[in-house]
Structure formats: structure tokens, C-alpha cells
Design a protein around this ligand. Structure first.
Ligand SMILES: *Cc1c(COP(=O)(O)O)cnc(C)c1O
Length: 301
């Protein structure tokens, strides 16, 4: 039994009506950890446990860390999550709810990550937030579930941070012989690391990250995400923070589900009816979720 769940796949009446197309939602906001990260992270944790790991270590105060803590608790393995001082009390509380040991260290993610790496012993597994083939293999189950539900989208819309979700969805399309289905890869303007990589024709580091969509804030995409831009049909599209926030609010009103702006970015492609959608009639959006913001916080933005 995998640790992630087979999430609901529904046709959105509100979005389908406003676009006059079929809009399908794969609602990974309902994973036990609150985001799609549960898929790949749980597979990685299970695999490392089988290989003898006695403890999991992560340096993410966001959805990746939460997926590590949730997986560790289910597997009855201790976890250490090192987070920088900028991490919210809400995020720390969520991690502690899963019995993770939370260590607050440093002023930036880089410092927290360095400390986390310094803790690793031979019996520990370090779980990366996006750059590990086990993560992509786990995320690929999203596509298996869509195929099993007998839904045939003609395009898939998803958000890109470090590119783990993109790499996983591409792997899922490949293993289901659906590589002809294009992917619309969404970033906010301030987290456009995939967009930059495509412009420079290689993974390239952003000078700075400036966006409300903090879960998309990887300075550079992983090599595998760049590689899939060569093997799959990927459209890289940017949305503004304002569009992402608006989409979170509209989605809360339409579907009564709270998602982070990182996920709102994908929904913004639909709510803003971007031109890129024009050729497509059956659109599937991966509602990737995110647990770091409350409804009150979203509505106050
Ligand atoms: C991690 C995350 C993303 C981005 O995923 P990557 O694999 O880093 O590209 C998008 N949305 C949410 C809610 C996330 O937690």
C-alpha cells in the first residue's frame, strides 16, 4: 500500500462554464500532507527505509518537509526538519504535529540546509525537495491515476518550482505512452527558473526570488526538468503574483478548498483564461495544494 492517496479527479462546473471547455481538477491538495509532494517523498522514504535508513532529514519548512514528517510518522521512523528563523510558527506547528524534531537554524534556507547536511550520518536519509529520481517516480502516479480514471486530457497545467513535479508528470506520461499530451508549466514572474533555463538553453540560476508563491522559489531547476523540455511538449507560461492570489480566492469561493499561491499560479492560467489554452478543449489542472497558508491569510492578501 502506498502512503499517498488516490485523490479526487473532478470536472469543475464553474471553470468549465467560464471557459466553455472541460476543465478537470486533480485535487492533490487532499493528500495527507496537503500537497502532491506526499507522492514522491513517501516513495523515497519507503525506499530509503528498505535500504536501512534509520532517520529522515530535510531542510524544508514547506510542503516537502511536511511530506517527510508525515511519511516518517506513518513509517514509524524519526525525522529531523531543519528550518531557518524565517519559518512561520504555523509551519513549525504542522511539522511538530507529525512528531518531527524541528531545529531552527540560520537566517536563510542555505544556512538551514548546510546545518541539515552536517547532521547526516550513515544511517540517515536526506530527502531532497525536488531533485531525486525516486521523487519523480512517485509523482508520476498522478498520471497513472488519471489514466485509470479514463480521463483523456488534451493538455495538463501544473506549477513549477525546482521542477520535480514537472519531471514526475513527464515520467508518468512516458510510462503511459502519452508523450503527445502537452504540459503548460506555470511559474510566477518572480520564480521563473524554468523560463530562464529555456531562454539560456541550460539550467540557469535566478539572481533573486521575489514572489508570494514561496513554494515555487527554487533559484535553479533540476537538470531532469530541463531535460524534459527537450523530450516533451512544454509551454512555459508566467503569471503575476496578483493573478495567483486572485485564483486562490476564486478557487476557495468556487470549490471551498484552500491552496497556496504556488498552486494558485496554475489555477490563474484558467481564471485569467490565458491565450495558450485556445487550442485545447479538455484541460486538466493539477491542484498541487500546499499547507503553509490559512484561508484567513489568503483572503487578507
Ligand atoms: C513543491 C511545490 C510546488 C513545486 O514543485 P517542484 O517539484 O519544486 O517544481 C508547487 N506547488 C506546491 C504546493 C508545492 O509544494
Amino acid at each position: 500500500m502506498p502512503l499517498h492517496i488516490n485523490t479526487p479527479l473532478i470536472r469543475s462546473s464553474a471553470l468549465s462554464k467560464s471557459l466553455n471547455k472541460n476543465v478537470w481538477l486533480k485535487i492533490d491538495a487532499l493528500q495527507p500532507s496537503g500537497s502532491f509532494k506526499m507522492r514522491g517523498v513517501a516513495l523515497a522514504c519507503e525506499t530509503y527505509l528498505k535500504q536501512g535508513a534509520k532517520r529522515f532529514i530535510s531542510s524544508s519548512g514547506g510542503n516537502a518537509g511536511l511530506a517527510v514528517a508525515t511519511s516518517a510518522k506513518i513509517l514509524n521512523v524519526p525525522s529531523i526538519i531543519v528550518v531557518p528563523r524565517t519559518t512561520s510558527i504555523t509551519a513549525i506547528n504542522l511539522l511538530q504535529l507529525e512528531d518531527a524534531e524541528v531545529i531552527v537554524k540560520g537566517d536563510s534556507w542555505q544556512e538551514a540546509n548546510e546545518y541539515a547536511l552536517s547532521l547526516i550520518t550513515d544511517s540517515d536519509a536526506f530527502i531532497h525537495p525536488f531533485d531525486d529520481p525516486l521523487l519523480w517516480k512517485g509523482h508520476a502516479t498522478l498520471i497513472d491515476e488519471i489514466v485509470n480514471a479514463e480521463i483523456q486530457p488534451d493538455v495538463i497545467v501544473l506549477s513549477v518550482g525546482g521542477g520535480g513535479l514537472l519531471a514526475g508528470v513527464a515520467e508518468g506520461l512516458t510510462r503511459n505512452k502519452l508523450t503527445h499530451i502537452p504540459i503548460i508549466a506555470i511559474e510566477t514572474e518572480g520564480t521563473a527558473s524554468l523560463h530562464l533555463a529555456i531562454q539560456h538553453n541550460k539550467p540557469t540560476s535566478l539572481k533573486e526570488i521575489r514572489s508570494i508563491a514561496t513554494s515555487l522559489g527554487a533559484k535553479q531547476i533540476c537538470d531532469q526538468a530541463f531535460y524534459v523540455t527537450k523530450t516533451h511538449h512544454i509551454h512555459s507560461i508566467l503569471v503575476s503574483d496578483q493573478e495567483a492570489i486572485h485564483a486562490c480566492k476564486a478557487f476557495l469561493a468556487d470549490h471551498r478548498i484552500v491552496v497556496e499561491p504556488a498552486c494558485g499560479a496554475s489555477l490563474a492560467c484558467i481564471y485569467s483564461n490565458k491565450d495558450i489554452l485556445d487550442p485545447y478543449n479538455n484541460i486538466l489542472v493539477i491542484v498541487c495544494g500546499g499547507s503553509t497558508m490559512s484561508a484567513e491569510h489568503i483572503l487578507s492578501l
